[in-house]
Design a protein. Structure first.
Length: 369
């Protein structure tokens, strides 16, 4: 295999819109720093990843392909997203830790790029700490991740608090969305709001969300549009909510290009999101947003951008959830101004991730000049 400069490890090739956006932004930002970089991605669907992103790609769960990719790269870039966590499973955590450890054994440079960290069970702290203390550089996307890393006792690498990689996305900011509305069967003669939910353990969640969406729609004359970011995990709860609603709602096909996704969100009056990257997209587009916290990373993001418009996803108080949405809509101009200010800061921090990665890549190996 031809030598690659950077091997990118993340949750790629699973048709998850948020992770796809991260990969696109990472590639865009790295190539802005150095257009000649040879990039390779570990992906569940390497053929598709190679075609879409114009990079080399290898199967992430093929041991031989993985070893060859590690042997032939100069640096392992781990991210973005929250990869160092065992909330999904300990198996997932071990996969990422062992790939990192093997890269270190081979003498490769390793950077965690715009990562979230945790949650982590106590029994996984020691191994995580041991491996992460050997990497050269860690950039983090929010303060919760920084606090988690500190509590783990990870102190030896250079650590920077930056921003989620998605804030570095380049996209078409023109607001003509008529074709997108037609394509997705959404009325063109009224405003709309977006809803991005995912599976959760709250049995009353669908009923509460249906009531919130109905009341917001009726109060403001807005059309609800649901956006399942990962269909395998989002479709069931999305359809359950829609069936419980009184008003008509729409469904946006999120398996489109990121530019179209952002353009559509930019036309919304408000976005109600459980999916972290739905909230990040809203912030990028300067659209008022309400976060439904199912994981600490959602609360961490909302606090990092200076907004208090979030609630626990286990909260079945529809009136309380609705109040937050109403506050977002009634104070939309104020929120948009705050998001505009924050976006410029977060974009600069997202670009810093790539600058630091390329700086590390170009540091001569020990013993060489």
């Amino acid at each position: 295999m031809h030598l690659s400069d950077i091997l990118i490890l993340g949750y790629y090739g699973f048709k998850n819109s948020g992770d796809d956006a991260l990969l696109l932004s990472i590639i865009q930002q790295l190539r802005k720093q150095d257009s000649g970089l040879e990039l390779c991605v570990l992906s569940q669907n390497p053929a598709e990843t190679a075609r879409i992103y114009k990079v080399k790609a290898v199967k992430r769960d093929n041991p031989i392909a993985l070893i060859k990719a590690l042997l032939s790269c100069k640096m392992l870039l781990v991210g973005g997203g929250t990869l160092v966590q065992d909330g999904t499973s300990t198996k997932s955590l071990l996969y990422y830790l062992y790939v990192i450890r093997f890269a270190l054994m081979l003498g490769k440079k390793v950077m965690l790029y715009a990562n979230g960290i945790g949650p982590l069970k106590e029994e996984n702290h020691s191994l995580t700490r041991k491996i992460l203390n050997r990497v050269q550089l860690i950039t983090l996307r929010d303060k919760i991740a920084a606090d988690e890393l500190k509590s783990l006792g990870v102190t030896k690498p250079e650590i920077r608090l930056t921003a989620d990689a998605a804030f570095g996305l380049d996209y078409d900011e023109s607001r003509d969305i008529s074709e997108l509305l037609k394509k997705n069967g959404i009325p063109e003669n009224k405003g709309y709001f977006c809803v991005a939910v995912r599976d959760n353990k709250n049995p009353d969640f669908a009923t509460a969300m249906a009531r919130v969406c109905d009341n917001i729609s009726e109060k403001y004359g807005l059309y609800p549009v649901f956006m399942p970011f990962q269909k395998t995990k989002d479709n069931k709860i999305t359809e359950e909510i829609r069936k419980k609603m009184k008003v008509e709602s729409g469904l946006f096909d999120t398996e489109c290009c990121i530019s179209e996704l952002l353009k559509f969100i930019s036309g919304a009056e408000v976005l109600i999101g459980m999916r972290l990257h739905s909230l990040i997209y809203a912030a990028i587009c300067r659209v008022p947003l309400m976060g439904l916290v199912y994981d600490p990373k959602v609360k961490g993001f909302m606090e990092y951008i200076g907004l208090e418009s979030y609630a626990d996803a286990d909260n079945t108080d529809a009136a309380g959830l609705e109040k937050i949405c109403v506050d977002c809509l009634d104070n939309s101009d104020k929120i948009k101004n705050r998001l505009e200010e924050n976006y410029k800061i977060m974009r600069d921090k997202a670009e810093e991730n790539a600058a630091l990665a390329v700086r590390l890549l170009k540091v001569p190996p020990k013993g060489k000049k």
